[in-house]
Design a protein around this ligand. Structure first.
Ligand code: ZN
Length: 84
């Protein structure tokens, strides 16, 4: 995989795996080199970085009893496949 041959769409497909650290070395090199020369992908990368940084600040929210009751009622009426 050469940098010149890589489309933004291909790099976009590598984005989440790059953050997960699961790209092969050659994929990571291509991703990082593309980011040096492609402003649209840099912006996409920046947006994801900001979103990922915000995740730990999100409170652990538990559903209210009314929502749980409604989901259980829905599951009984429609089966669990309808819920998930
Ligand atoms: Zn790009």
């Amino acid at each position: 995989m050469k940098v010149a041959d890589v489309s933004c769409q291909t790099v976009g497909g590598l984005l989440s795996r790059w953050y997960d650290g699961t790209l092969a070395e050659v994929e990571a090199d291509v991703y990082e080199q593309h980011m040096l020369v492609c402003p649209p992908c840099q912006r996409q990368n920046d947006k994801l970085r900001v979103a990922l940084a915000a995740i730990p600040a999100v409170a652990d929210v538990r559903p209210g009893a009314e929502l749980v009751t409604e989901l259980l009622r829905y599951a009984r009426e429609h089966g669990s496949a309808g819920v998930w």
